[in-house]
Design a protein around this ligand. Structure first.
Ligand code: NDP
Length: 393
């Protein structure tokens, strides 16, 4: 009998993290090494106890005593702070889920790759901010990256056994988000609550807002280009309101291979957890007769400037992806705080990209984490200046 697989979950308290924990609770052959959270100590401690983790880490240093108290008597070690999260990610493990939201997920993911673990990558920001660095780190340490974003998992599955050189195009499907049926003229008035009513997927708050603005799809276009090594022109986006086709690959013989399933992240998480085995998963089965039809429409670039910006970012190269993501995170914070409007987010990101291009440019692709963190910091500073200028008083 082979020994149990050692697994860790970074961002365990979030939406992807909880779905991962749900699958781990059903798995028989796993040993949980580390679970990390941001601020939700109660949920983290509960999960750590249920899965008998070796260590639980919370990102906020100020919550260390709370975590210790919540784990008292369990024998589970408690730690806090970003450095402790990276250390937990580097603990010997076979499989590490990267499900922290935002650029904060980059360093822990790099640490897991540096230790040679297979990285199940939900944190799309990693490939957007530091694509070539992540891929070269994995190659250097003999570590594998398995995509968990449902679109990228779908593409990965459609490519199984295929020769990448025969791929003509990658077709990313998009639900269109909560505001997809709003008239364009109304979008400027959209508030936080409007953006959170996602029609199909239950996800964390930030990605749900990004779905409404299509910044999520913009990040995914860049992620697909980085991960699958295709050109920007080979990545298409199509709106598919039912979210049943999770994405597709078109080949040079005209064939299209698509992945279909219920909108449930446990499809993609389970595939990455069990790969290369296709194990049974507790997800709803599709009933085609009940579905009746699937619909599609081309995205309107005037409605979704984020998609146009993604193309410009890929064209610019260097660390433009890092700037794009950092400015987007700042813009989202200002929108959530009701300090800028919904459409201001893309205006702000575009202005930050333009300022950086004019000031110092985007440089070369990052070769170290320090390069990325410095560019991320600079971009956030500029984006906050832009945001403050535009903010409601
Ligand atoms: P959530 O907001 O639900 O969860 C985010 C997780 O990250 C939580 O565990 C949170 O902790 C933790 N966290 C937040 N800030 C920090 C920080 N500064 N340092 C360390 N940990 C932190 O996000 P999702 O699960 O929705 O998304 C996670 C990632 O997966 C994102 O990159 C997203 O784009 C991607 N993704 C998500 C999908 C989904 O269905 N949700 C689908 C595809 C990709 P706490 O809650 O304790 O504060």
């Amino acid at each position: 009998m082979s020994p149990p697989r050692r697994v860790s979950v970074l961002g365990a308290t979030g939406s992807v993290g909880q779905n991962t924990v749900d699958l781990l609770e059903r798995a028989e052959d796993v040993e949980v090494v580390a679970l990390t959270g941001g601020r939700n100590v109660a949920r983290l401690a509960e999960m750590a106890r249920a899965l008998r983790a070796e260590v639980a880490v919370v990102a906020d240093d100020a919550l260390l005593n709370d975590l210790r108290a919540a784990l008292a008597g369990s024998g589970i070690a408690a730690a806090a702070g970003p450095a402790a999260i990276a250390e937990a990610a580097a603990r010997p493990a076979d499989w590490v889920m990267s499900a922290i939201v935002g650029a904060a997920g980059l360093a822990p993911g790099m640490a897991a790759l540096g230790a040679g673990a297979t990285l199940a990558l939900a944190n799309k920001e990693s490939l957007v901010t530091a694509g070539s660095l992540i891929l070269s780190t994995a190659a250097r340490h003999g570590a594998r990256i398995l995509p968990v974003d449902s679109e990228h998992s779908a593409i990965f599955q459609a490519l199984a056994g295929e020769d990448i050189s025969t791929v003509e195009r990658i077709i990313l499907t998009a639900s269109g988000g909560a505001l997809r049926d709003w008239p364009v003229e109304r979008l400027a008035s959209a508030r936080l609550a409007d953006t959170l009513a996602h029609p199909n997927w239950v996800m964390g708050q930030r990605i749900t807002i990004d779905s409404a603005s299509m910044f999520n799809k913009a990040l995914e276009v860049i992620e697909a280009k980085e991960f699958f090594g295709v050109t920007p022109d080979q990545v298409e986006v199509i709106i598919h309101p039912e979210s049943i086709i999770h994405s597709a690959v078109g080949f040079q013989d005209g064939a299209v291979m698509a992945h279909l399933g219920a909108p449930d992240m446990r499809h993609a998480i389970g595939y990455a957890l069990n790969w290369p085995v296709r194990a049974a998963l507790p997800v709803a089965r599709l009933d085609f007769a009940a579905l009746g039809k699937l619909t599609f429409r081309a995205p309107d670039l005037d409605r979704y400037p984020a998609l146009r910006l993604a193309r410009e970012v890929m064209q610019a190269g260097g660390m433009a992806g890092c700037v794009f993501n950092a400015a987007k995170e700042v813009a989202l914070d200002f929108f959530v705080a009701d300090r800028i409007g919904f459409l201001d987010m893309s205006v702000l990101v575009e202005a930050t990209l333009a300022r950086l291009a004019a000031d110092s440019g985007f440089g070369q692709a990052a070769t170290s984490l320090d390069d990325v963190l410095a560019m991320d910091h600079l971009a956030r500073t500029l984006a906050r200046e832009e945001a403050s200028r535009r903010a409601k008083q």
